[in-house]
Design a protein around this ligand. Structure first.
Ligand code: NAD
Length: 258
């Protein structure tokens, strides 16, 4: 048996949304290294396919394709494709989120508010709606929704983002209750500031993101790394978290401890 086959997610099939870049990409890479077959669903379809090809070249199992989580049909296509490719589904990771420009509610465009809800919250709903029947068929599974420390604390100018992240925590709790009897565990993963394009775009560069957000706001004195968040997702996906459901795994470098 190879190392990958003997991994902590051996024989598991996972679908990850928002998976071509950033935290989602790190989750895909770690899940594949731990033996999972992974479907990579992202708006950047070519990047998803390229990531899958790199994983296959390294001996792992992955496929990737375009998916827009705002569309229920697009998510259904991705779920069906994952099941066709790998024979079932055991783990759902709803990770896609859009970047919303800072604004107070008074100034926030209606379209920006709607976009944040459509991607961050309804996108996760779509994944769960179409994925849960397959987890039931498999006799159970694990659902992980990427929330944020911003599900617990507010930050100025981020009404839409914080609202969607708080909503994901509640969505996970209700689904945990609804599907405990199906052997399905549902949890959120809440990263703090993490070094990805999301923050690099917001702050203008990796260095400025580190200085203006990482160092100043996180008691551990830095941004988190995508691979650190992926370890949290692996814990939630694997049997190591077998008595955990309806919970939020906070990995925020102490941001919300103040
Ligand atoms: N980076 C952080 O500081 C941080 C902190 C807390 C929580 N999070 C959360 O972690 C998750 C990942 O964040 P990240 O920093 O890696 O983000 P990112 O912006 O670097 O990557 C997001 C990915 O989602 C994809 N995506 C966007 N809209 C999509 C859509 N409609 N359909 C499918 N895919 C779509 C993008 O193409 C991209 O690959 C998000 O849910 C985010 O809210 C991030």
């Amino acid at each position: 048996m190879s190392g990958v086959e003997a991994g902590r997610l051996a024989d598991k099939v996972a679908i990850v949304t928002g998976a071509a870049r950033g935290i989602g990409k790190a989750i895909v890479e770690l899940f594949a290294a731990e033996g999972a077959a992974v479907w990579i669903a992202d708006l950047h379809g070519a990047e998803a396919e390229a990531l899958a090809a790199r994983i296959r070249a390294g001996g792992g199992r992955a496929e990737g394709a375009y998916c827009d989580v705002r569309s229920t049909d697009s998510v259904l296509d991705a779920v069906d494709a994952a099941v066709d490719a790998f024979g079932g589904l055991n783990v759902l990771v709803g990770n896609a989120a859009t970047l919303t420009a800072p604004a107070t509610v008074e100034d926030l465009d209606e379209a920006d508010w709607a976009q944040a809800l459509a991607v961050n919250l309804t996108g996760a709903f779509h994944l769960c709606k179409h994925g849960i029947p397959h987890l039931k068929r498999a006799g159970g599974g694990s659902v992980i929704l990427t929330a944020s420390q911003m599900a617990r604390v507010g930050t100025p100018g981020s009404a839409a983002y914080c609202t969607t992240k708080g909503g994901l925590v509640q969505l996970a709790k209700v689904m945990a209750l609804d599907h405990a009897g199906d052997g399905i565990r549902v949890n959120t993963l809440s990263p703090g500031g993490t070094a990805t394009d999301r923050l690099f775009t917001r702050y203008g560069s990796p260095e400025q993101a580190e200085a203006q957000w990482g160092v100043t706001m996180h008691p551990l004195g830095r941004l988190g790394r995508p691979d650190e968040m992926a370890k949290g997702a692996l814990f939630l996906a694997s049997d190591e978290s077998s008595f955990m459901t309806g919970a939020d795994l906070l990995m925020d470098g102490g941001y919300s401890a103040r």
